[in-house]
Design a protein around this ligand. Sequence first.
Ligand SMILES: Cc1ncc(COP(=O)(O)O)c(C=O)c1O
Length: 364
Amino acid sequence: MRGRSGGAANTLEGMADSPVRMRPEIAALPAYKQGRQAVADGYKLSSNENPFGPLVEIVEAVARAEVNRYPDATGPALRAKLGGRFGVTAQQVHLGAGSVALLSQFLLAVCEPGSEVVYAWRSFEAYPGLVTVAGGTSVQVPLTAEARHDLDAMAAAVTDRTRAVIVCSPNNPTGPSVGAAEFERFMSRVPSDVLVLLDEAYVEFVRDADAVDGSRLIGRWPNLVMLRTFSKAWGLAGLRLGYAIGPEHILDAARAVAVPLSVTGQAQLAGLVALDHEDLLLARVADIVETRTRLVDGLRDLGFAVPDAQGNFVWLPLGERTAAADDVFHDHGVVVRAFPGDGLRISIGERESVEHVLKAAAAL
Ligand SMILES: Cc1ncc(COP(=O)(O)O)c(C=O)c1O
């Protein structure tokens, strides 16, 4: 094809070293690394996805969306419905294109150069990049020996430079939930002008009766925002839909920095239908939890030190053996997420994936 100028086709060859100046901290950021894609006839257990396909009703709702029209920007119907479920007003609910978009918005809203954001480490791999992009500095507080949040150390890490704390419960990728009582103690120690983001992406999979549940804490603190997603338990990862519940004034700041119109009409319709079929979807979650129990028991029987698993994934703390173990799983047709030097995360997938995972684990 000829270029518009009528000359030869343009090419980007030789432009690898473009002189355009970037923010140095952005140029230094590693690109977001997705989990490996599936292997043929294997199991993709690398992205904490839901193994169940969408309900017919959801497929139909998505097909009904008018894709030639822009979506209703703020999703009023879905916000009202979620508000009704959680006993808040629609203005106390904010939708995002996945909860990762919401995390980004809140951090952009509170950070300025020199701001610090405290979170546990290791935790969700997107946190460091989101903090940097927002112009903040990460303060990573090591997990305990049981791979749990150390909330006392996190509270102690808060300084007058801290603008936000992220608490991930259950923690991705290690699995344990934060306890309800320890979270309340933690909240009483964090100054009320520091935003606390309670990231509950996997809360529907929790079976620990002592775990924190953000929905019971709504209205308790003026600086607490709960983040949830339709990606995991609700099986809508590909449609990108998450929501935040918290004080209106904080949500307004996130709305102000949001990329307009990024929550699609399809996502909004699918979310509405999913909420109407909660019983069915939560039965699937129960199925996944049962599979989780079988996998955790099997791995522990093999001698692995698996931390408490409350999400739709399990953690194998393999340290330096991680990269080699990743290859063994891959050779067995099981795609997992490796964090070299630290451990492997295995998502809970199809029931029949368990025997393949255990076979690979036995081969390690
Ligand atoms: C802890 C945690 N928070 C948030 C997200 C973002 O999920 P989404 O953007 O699909 O809602 C993930 C996804 O893996 C996650 O693990």
